[in-house]
Design a protein around this ligand. Structure first.
Ligand SMILES: [Zn+2]
Length: 319
């Protein structure tokens, strides 16, 4: 049933259904979704012209409903020669699918923090959850198209604290591999409820989706490190950092080590290399990474660019 509703949601923003249409899929689920307010009954205003989808005119048109002598009848506006047919109240399109309420429930079931927010650009933010130290934000959009790259990046600016954003479409995903990989570099993963949501329990495999990203991350890691020839400006995993000469020397050294495959290097070795003087001055022994990255801002740069082991004895580029 949820799958059916999501398919219809891709066609129209506020899909409406008749009771007959829904109960033909499942009586039990129909009642359940009405109880949960995901399907809401709406009595039309007196002035509204009601139309139905099922049954239809022999030519395929939707029929217009009239009440005649206390009975409901439906006729075709265009083919007046076709006799009106008598219909049931349960044929009327009276149940609206409220996706907000479905999203609210999904957020609850998956124990997300925060509350549902509507965001410009047709997005809903469902909330966030922290999985193995990473804060993951969940976003829903009714339709994904390839022109949305900029809009997606905008999401990252709004939810700065979320390390990863999972963006869900209902059923279909555009097969734009380029867009998807560009977004992955910005830690935005596109997926669908169809691929990931358990339609019975409404559970989402958030942890698995995040590790999936880790794997992709490794695969594209090489491309996610960019640098100016002097290493004074470097970009890692989509973030840009500016450094002074000494800091740039450290990163250059670690990058060279990374390229040769011997990633981990001793901090002392790095210091000796970058402070070496023509006279063989060994003052390098007095230098430490902590005196090169001193301020809070420096430390942020250091932590983004350098991974460490053994209490900073060993360093490598954080790719
Ligand atoms: Zn017709």
């Amino acid at each position: 049933m949820i799958e059916f509703l999501l398919r219809e949601l891709e066609k129209t923003q506020r899909p409406v259904f008749s009771k007959n249409e829904l109960t033909s899929i499942s009586c039990e689920q129909f009642k359940d979704l009405v109880n949960k307010n995901i399907l809401t009954f709406k009595r039309p205003k007196y002035t509204d012209v009601e139309r139905i989808r099922q049954p239809r005119c022999p030519h395929g048109c939707y029929l217009t409903v009239v009440e005649y002598d206390g009975e409901l009848e439906a006729f075709c506006d265009e083919h007046l020669d076709v006799d009106p047919i008598s219909i049931d109240e349960d044929d009327l399109l009276r149940y609206t699918f409220l996706v907000e309420d479905l999203l609210e429930l999904i957020a609850q079931v998956n124990e997300l923090q925060g509350s549902l927010q509507k965001i410009a650009g047709g997005f809903f933010y469902l909330g966030q959850r922290t999985v193995s130290g990473k804060r993951i934000g969940l976003v829903f959009t009714r339709l994904i198209d390839s022109n949305q790259f900029v809009k997606f990046l905008g999401l990252k600016d709004i939810f700065i604290q979320d390390e990863i954003l999972l963006v869900f479409a209902p059923i279909s995903l555009i097969e734009d591999i380029d867009l998807r990989s560009r977004l992955i570099q910005k830690n935005i993963v596109l997926t669908t409820f169809f691929e990931t949501l358990n339609f019975n329990s409404l559970k989402l495999p958030i942890g698995e989706l995040a590790t999936e990203l880790d794997k992709l991350d490794v695969a594209i890691a090489e491309e996610t490190f960019n640098y100016s020839p002097d290493y004074l400006t470097v970009e890692i995993k989509g973030k840009t950092f500016h450094m002074n000469d000494t800091q740039a020397d450290v990163i250059k050294y670690l990058h060279n080590a990374h390229k040769t495959g011997y990633e981990w290097v001793k901090q002392k070795e790095v210091m000796i290399e970058i402070f070496r003087t023509p006279n063989g001055d060994e003052s390098a022994f007095w230098h430490k990474l902590s005196s090169i990255f001193k301020t809070d801002e420096d430390k942020k740069t250091r932590d983004a660019l350098i991974a460490q082991r053994g209490n900073w004895q060993y360093l490598r580029l954080n790719l």
